[in-house]
Design a protein around this ligand. Structure first.
Ligand code: NAG
Ligand code: NAG
Ligand code: NAG
Ligand code: NAG
Ligand code: NAG
Length: 462
């Protein structure tokens, strides 16, 4: 039986469409993430699939140096690639059928549109997105192997299906890696806590409790204004090429959104680029990427008066775990959960939490990880260097992961903290950083004064 299934696997692998690009490397891998069509797919903002930023830190800064042992690691992860949300999925389906009704001739790179059938689901992970999370679990196991081979991580997920499913797939990858490593002992990880989402719940992995924040529409207005700057030439071209069509600004963005969403759904390995992608130029993808960064910055980051406040709760939970002391927070933590060792233990060394892009942006800004980023221009594209390493595609792509790690080193008495976002060592603010991007644990914690003092959470209910 085993033999038969093995040979079927081999046959299946041989008959699969090519996933290899260029130098005989798979274009999506555990180590490097999504490197398929990078000139396009790394410019999709939060709809980019995770790609490793390992080469964006000074040489070898991201490795665990000799003489150091990891003493603690926490991953904060986004869910994997998903279908569009319910509303957007309906919007895209309607737009495509309106185009099919109105347009009188489809030629060249538009030919596929004539018979394109909209079959995307809504809200849930795609198969590719599930595999991303398996890969993420494998990568986490290997990076933190000295702890992971012995310790069962404590795992929480925010309560939407795709986030819980992401945690489960991560666990699958983690366990597979552990078995492959011949470490079968200890309890298998489970999702220990699912924190309900929605009105009335305190949830550090999904915002909702801060009234003034939820009512704010600044980011939508800024995104709309920027969209109006970039769409006129795109509209002229598409309306000329697709006789009979009339496109509003939001329709143009919808057609651009179809490129990532169709790509992450059309094959299980993401190896086929959607034909929607070629309707736009490289310059237009750079504008699209910036639009995504802009809306996250002014929606959940420092550009929003209460954006960083949404990340205070998680930051204070991390401080509690790092210092093994009870959570001190009166923002979005649930005190019932966080005061109970069964739902918020303080004595373990490996943690994994699963969340959404928006809340992760708020957490990064609550920690000041992007305090070197100047307010983003509302009218013209900035490069990621100009934004000091902040971009939606660099911070919260599908399957994004931030590692908070503590190491104990031979020649240094104090434990050292380092933060990696998608494998890039983030230059920390608020504490004295060494050449490997690390701060002393006590310094790091004292630098998190914004969160420890409760930030401006009071303005939520003013
Ligand atoms: C806090 O968590 C408890 C235990 O899961 C739950 O019963 C309660 O509804 C939660 N409260 C809030 C405000 O989220
Ligand atoms: C958006 O554009 C309108 C019209 O130009 C302008 O009045 C408004 O102030 C802009 N909004 C923001 C938030 O910049
Ligand atoms: C299709 O045509 C209808 C009727 O003229 C128009 O209202 C609609 O905006 C058009 N939609 C597109 C996407 O061309
Ligand atoms: C939920 O958060 C509010 C502060 O925003 C706090 O007053 C309340 O006690 C919290 N509830 C629980 C169960 O932690
Ligand atoms: C980041 O900047 C904010 C706003 O100025 C400040 O409150 C916070 O303390 C800074 N964080 C760090 C870690 O430097």
């Amino acid at each position: 039986m085993a033999l038969i299934s093995l040979s079927l696997t081999v046959l299946y692998m041989l008959s699969r469409p090519p996933v290899y690009q260029g130098q005989g490397q798979p274009c999506n891998s555990v180590e490097h993430g999504y490197q398929c069509f990078p000139q396009v797919s790394h410019l999709w903002g939060q709809y980019s699939p995770y790609f490793s930023l390992e080469h964006e830190s000074p040489a070898s800064q991201d490795v665990i140096p000799d003489g150091c042992e990891v003493a603690f690691a926490q991953v904060l992860s986004r869910h994997g690639a998903r279908y569009p949300t319910q509303d957007k999925s309906a919007t895209y389906a309607e737009l495509i059928s309106a185009i099919q009704r109105n347009v009188t001739s489809f030629r060249g790179k538009y030919a596929f549109l004539e018979s394109y059938k909209y079959t995307l689901g809504a809200e849930d992970l795609t198969t590719f997105g599930e595999d991303q999370m398996v890969d993420s679990g494998v990568k986490f196991y290997h990076r933190y192997r000295t702890l992971a081979k012995m310790i069962t991580p404590f795992i929480r997920a925010s309560g939407s299906d795709r986030v819980v499913a992401s945690a489960e797939k991560f666990i699958e990858g983690f366990q597979n890696a552990k078995l492959d490593d011949h470490h079968s002992g200890g309890k298998a990880p489970v999702v220990n806590v699912v924190i309900p989402e929605g009105d009335g719940f305190n949830n550090t992995l999904d915002h909702s409790a801060c009234t003034a924040f939820e009512d704010d529409e600044l980011a939508d207005e800024i995104e709309g204004n920027f969209t109006a700057v970039i769409t006129p030439p795109i509209r002229s071209r598409l309306e000329a090429d697709l006789p009979g069509v009339r496109l509003a600004d939001k329709d143009i963005i919808s057609l651009m959104d179809m490129c990532p969403f169709d790509t992450v759904a059309r094959t299980p390995d993401g190896s086929e680029l959607s034909p929607f992608c070629s309707l736009f130029t490289g310059k237009e993808w750079a504008q699209y990427d910036y639009k995504q960064s802009l809306s996250k910055y002014y929606g959940y980051g420092a550009g929003s008066p209460l954006g960083p406040a949404q990340g205070i709760g998680f930051t204070n939970e991390l401080v509690a775990r790092l210092t093994q002391s009870p959570v001190k927070d009166s923002t979005s933590t649930n005190t019932t959960l966080d005061s109970n060792p069964a739902t918020f233990p303080l004595d373990t060394k490996l943690y994994a939490d699963f969340s959404h892009d928006n809340s992760m942006i708020s957490v990064f800004f609550a920690m000041g990880l992007y305090n070197g980023t100047e307010p983003l221009s509302k009218t013209s594209v900035e490069s990621i260097a100009e934004m000091d390493g902040y971009a939606a595609s660099w911070t919260v792509p599908f399957g994004a992961r931030a590692y908070f790690e503590v190491m104990q080193c031979k020649r240094e008495k104090d434990p050292l903290v380092r933060v990696l976002v998608n494998d890039r060592v983030v230059p920390l603010h608020g504490c004295a950083v060494d050449s490997l991007g690390r701060c002393k644990l006590d310094d790091f914690v004292s630098g998190l004064s914004f969160a420890r003092q409760g930030g401006n959470w009071k303005s939520c209910f003013a």
